[in-house]
Write a protein that binds this ligand. Sequence first.
Ligand code: GDP
Length: 147
Amino acid sequence: METTLILLKPDTVERGFIGQVITRLEQKGLKISGLKMMQLSDELVTEHYDFLADKPFFPNIKAYMMRTPVVAIAASGANAIATVRMLTGATNPQEALPGSIRGDFGLTIDGNIIHASDSAETAEIELKRFFGGSDVFEYSRGFDGVL
Ligand code: GDP
């Protein structure tokens, strides 16, 4: 079983899609292991998107990610990291397939709804970054091991 880090970005919070996006995760069978709303600091966004620091759109991303609180989610399940990336869809919602979260809820890359860890290494770092090693719960569901 893997655990991945998801952020529901400010456009999702503003547009009232928190519940619908979480439903997509739950209906796929992923377990919500951690869930919290957070106002991101300049430092945290800079660290999280460090690899984009030299891009011209970096200041816009920073302003966007701090515009409202975000919802941080730890989601667990078999192959959770790749599964959530598949549900998420392409970075640019204009290229994301219908049926994917970005394909169904996003219109432009400026607000692409969701962040999801892209590898096991990244997930470990990002879970620590947003959950600080706590507030991620291990619990059993009746059907765990069956799905
Ligand atoms: P992701 O893993 O699919 O989120 O994509 P990346 O890690 O490559 O990029 C991180 C985030 O930066 C994306 O989710 C977008 O919010 C933003 N981003 C990436 N490329 C662009 C771009 O060309 N223009 C703008 N405005 N934002 C971008």
